[in-house]
Structures are given as C-alpha cells and as structure tokens.
Design a protein. Sequence first.
Lengths: 253, 240
Amino acid sequence: MESRNRLAEVSYVVSRDINNLLSRPFVVISRTMGFLVQFFIFGYTVSTLVKGFNFYQYYGIGTVITTVCSVSYLIGHDLFDEAERGVLDYLLSLPISRRALIIGRALGGAARSMAYGTPMFVIAIFVLGFRSPLDIAESLLALFALAFGISGLSITVAIAIRNEERFDILLAFIELLTVRFSTALYPWRAMPYYVSAVSSFSPVTSAAEIIQSSLFNSMTDLTGWGSLLTFVFAFFTLSSAFYYKRIEGGKYK
Amino acid sequence: MKGFAVVLERDIRLFLVDKILLVMAFANFCIDLFVTGITLGKLVQGFNYFLYLAPGSNMITATAAAFQAGRWIFREKYMLKTKQYLTSLPVSRNVFVAARITAWTIRCLLTALPGTIVTCIVYSVPTAFLTAALLTTLFSMGVVGISMSIATMAGSLEAYATGRSLTSTYFSFLSTTFYPATSLPSVLWPIVLTNPMTWTVEAFRSLPSGVSLQSLLYLAVVSSLFTLLGALLYRRSLEG
C-alpha cells in the first residue's frame, strides 16, 4: 500500500515536469528547429565534405543523442528558477515525501527529454534506414539512461550554484564539455589525443557507443552500459544528497 | 557627454564584476576551435577546415555575448526592477540609449577579443589585428541591435530565448561559418550570401590578402541599420 502511494507521488512529480516543458511551446519549437537544421542542413552539408565513411548516418544519430542531452539539462534551469521564485519551498511543503520528490524530479527530467527526443529519433531512424526493433529498443533505453543521468547532474549544479549568471554559464560549459568531448558527433579515430583522453569519461560517449554499436553493428556494448549506469547512479546519488542537504538554506542571487 | 560616460562606465563595470564569464566564453571558443575544428578537420577533405572554422567560432562567441544585452533588458525590467531608476537619471533618453549600445558593444568586443587574437595568430597575420578587431566590433554592434530589438518585442523571457536561438541558428547554419556556400543547395544561396555572419567570416578569411572595402561597407551599413532599429525599439520601451 505504501509503495503504491509512493509510486503515485512520483508519478505526480513526473507528470508536472513533463507538463512544464510541453506548456512552453517556444522552447519546443526552437529546439525542434535547431534539430531539423542540424540534421538536414549541417549534417548533410558537412557529410558532402567528408570522404571515407558515412558521416551523415553517424552525425544524424549523434544529433538525436545531443538533443536529448540538451533537453535533459533544462531541468536544472527549471529548478534554479523555482528556487529563485520560492516555488521550491511550496513544493517541499506538499504532502509528498522528500524521497518521492527527488526521484520524481530526476525521472521527470528524463521522461520529458524522451517525450521530446523520441519523435526526433523516429525521424532519424526513418531517414537513415534503421529497421531492427531490438536495436531501436536498446538505443531508446540508452537514451533514457543518459537523460536520467544528465538530469541528476543538472539538478546537482542547480542546487550547488546560487548565482544565476554563473549557473547559466557553468551549465552551458558542462553541456559543451560533455557533448563536444564525446564520440556522439565524430569518431574516436579523428580526435586529437587530448580530446579522446577526456572523451572516454563523458557519459555522452558511453551512450553514443551503445547506440552506435546497436544500430550500426547490431551488438550490445557492455562496457558502454557499465560506464553509463555508473554515471547515472553517481549523479542520482549526488543530486539526491544535494537536494536533501542544501535545498533549505542559502539565498539565490 | 558626462552622462554618456557615466552610463557607459556603469555598464562596463557591471560586466567586469564577474570575470569568470570572460574565461568561460574563451573556453567555449577554444572547445569550438581546438576540439570540433581539429576533429572535423581530420575528416573534411580538400581544404584546411581548422583554419576555415576559426573566424566563425569567434563570431559565435560574439553572438552569445551580444545576446546578453537583451537578457540584461529583461533582468532590469522584471527582476531587478531598475527601469524606473534608470529612466529617472539626469541623462537624455537618446544619450542613455547610445551609451548602453556602446557599452554592450564594448562588452562583446572584450569577450571576443581573445578569440580575435587567436584567429589572427592561426592565420599568421598578427599585424591585421586592428582590422580583425574592427570586424568584430561591427558585427557585435549589429547583433546587439538585434538582441535589443528581440528583447523589447518579446513578451516573455521564453519568447526572447526563442528569438535568440533562431537568430543563432540562422547565423551559424545558414551562413558560411561551417561550410562553403557552394556545398549548400542553391535555393539557400540568397539567404546565405546576405547573412551578415557570412560577410564577417569571409572578411576574416581574407585577412592575409586584405579585407575588401566592400565587405567593410556592407557590414557597417547592415550593423548600423540593426543598431538603429534596436535603439529605436529600446527607447520606445523606456517610455512605456
């Protein structure tokens, strides 16, 4: 009975976060436009300049991964905004356990990224010609795990930093770091050594390796799964700890 | 003139309070150039993609910095609520608006200056630094005007962010920032070739051989028009 209540509590928090994103058509429209331009214009045009392998296929899937990643970072912005406007205090006063709230926020961040990213993934696999249901399912699962972990990371930063401009810049910087130092948009072999060394630590690399291995070779990348799940666990734990300890003190500037 | 200097100084001082922002902007430029540029450079055949990307990476940094102007307008209006105070200052509206545009352009130039230096170095034209700085200034001035126009027309921060995002997409992907115009479908050429970003990055790429007067004039005219539009709209928003 208690676990059913907790599940209901988590689902309230998750659905609130999904509605929060979908009620902002401007965000959805601008990011969709960004994806379409990157997929159909940038990806296609650069692929005409690259010789030796199918860059369009590689980049097309990478664009979906980076878009899901980018939407997952938005949960931190929402949290910061809520803390600044005092809505977080209201949320804490609701008859929902702190644990359900924390799990719900991280899950909500991931669920809405998937609600947003899945149609783009469908466009990409349709255009690029991937048809295996098992490979597609594994890729979606990897995207969800990545979104969950990035939401945790974003929540951690939102709670740790209390200056708006610094928060904006730092989060944009972390996003750039995790995406550009990853194999989502370009392969290992083309990277300079200082990029490939850092790239192996990026969760986006882990997710990209799993998805590329699954879609391009129909194989499961167990090492990639191990790294991705470690990242998810680490940042979920960290964000939970921050949410518990830091949320009720300090002032937002 | 004194009022102009005071408003200008205030805006620049506010900008320099948090120097970490400058560091982060330069770091973003470096990641664009030394990670994406070098990596894609190994994949792209036929020309030096690293050199090709350098000016565009810097102008993307300048664009991001210029859009902080619109963000400030929002902050002052809705969060800091300093609009009443600022409009009560003993400075005429025209001088106030002109000083702010100048300050925001200087802020962009300061943000993009390290990238401008790096671009001159990778192009092996350190003596062309002044021309490069002039190009950065002209481009920044125009984007500050666009940013102010969007900020004064947008009814919410989200609408502003969307305007910013669409402008950035237009500047980055519908220009010759990442690829030559001939690689794009011919139907897009009119859009690409009239894009101020195209003129700016092409002028940067021609630094070793000398920037044409036509490029400078085109940029100056387009930037002035956008700045004028931004100034008029911002001035009108101060009245309401």
